[in-house]
Write a protein that binds this ligand. Structure first.
Ligand code: GLU
Length: 259
């Protein structure tokens, strides 16, 4: 079903480029709209988890470092920016009386039995007591993430870990287009509405990773592959829509990955 209302446990991934402006300041209007939609889901008894990027992007503003930061500079920005990020989430979700809990995970934490069991236990308890789990990668130790990674994969692994039935990717673009060229030319007609299987053709549509060598559509397709294998649907839509999540129930532009 192409409607978030049909799913019980929902992971929402919010990308850095959605939350932060290019100068490193927070996009208040977007975070506020996303928070309002999260409150709407929770009120309708959905179980919601957030995977939020943005630590490095927000850390950039206050810590003046080089334009092409080294690994340790990125780690310092993430360490600082994570606090900015969580303060912003806290402020916005407070308006709806939604308490939050923070989890910082590494890819290994989602794979090793002992740490993944602990993460699962923490998340279950947070959900049980009505506290919204907000997850990011632990950028101080997960160096691969800073070098090539992004949170798309983390979000898919979290969805698998908690047996979510839907992963919503709030991205800069509204979904998968027939080619990267079409995205550049703003050819909205080429938006693919539904994907049932990740084929080489779909991967080709996604193109390569984005300029910074991380993320981009291809990592979302890899995330979709993990989701589909684990009976979880996934949808990509623009995080800057007025009602980024509610809009999905009234057919906002998006690409659904459903078996
Ligand atoms: N953990 C990174 C951050 O919060 C995520 C990078 C990304 O997904 O863009 O900045």
């Amino acid at each position: 079903m192409q409607n978030p209302n049909s799913y019980k446990r929902i992971v929402i991934k919010v990308g850095s480029a959605v939350l932060a402006k290019p100068n490193g300041s927070l996009n208040h209007a977007i975070l506020s709209a996303i928070s309002e939609d999260i409150a709407w889901l929770i009120k309708k008894n959905h179980e919601v988890l957030v995977v939020s990027s943005g630590a490095i992007a927000l850390g950039r503003k206050r810590i003046k470092l080089s334009n092409a930061p080294t690994l340790s500079e990125s780690q310092a920005m993430a360490a600082h920016g994570q606090i900015e990020l969580m303060s912003a989430w806290k402020k916005n979700l407070n308006k709806f009386s939604i308490p939050i809990g923070q989890l910082l995970l590494t890819p290994r934490d989602t794979e090793l039995k002992i740490s993944s069991d602990n993460a699962k236990q923490t998340i279950s308890k947070l959900l049980e007591v009505g506290c919204l789990p907000i997850i990011n990668e632990n950028d101080s130790t997960a160096t691969d993430e800073i070098k090539f990674g992004d949170n798309d994969l983390l979000a898919a692994k979290v969805a698998k870990l908690v047996k979510a039935d839907l992963l919503i990717m709030l991205s800069r673009i509204d979904g998968l287009h027939a080619s990267e060229e079409d995205v550049k030319k703003n050819k909205h007609g080429s938006l693919i509405k539904e994907v049932k299987k990740i084929t080489p053709k779909i991967k080709k549509m996604a193109g390569k990773a984005s300029d910074m060598g991380k993320g981009g559509m291809i990592s979302k397709i890899e995330a979709a592959e993990i989701c589909l294998k684990n009976k979880c649907a996934m949808v990509i839509t623009s995080g800057s829509n007025k009602k980024p999540i509610r809009g999905l129930s009234t057919r906002a532009k998006s690409t659904w990955f459903i078996k």
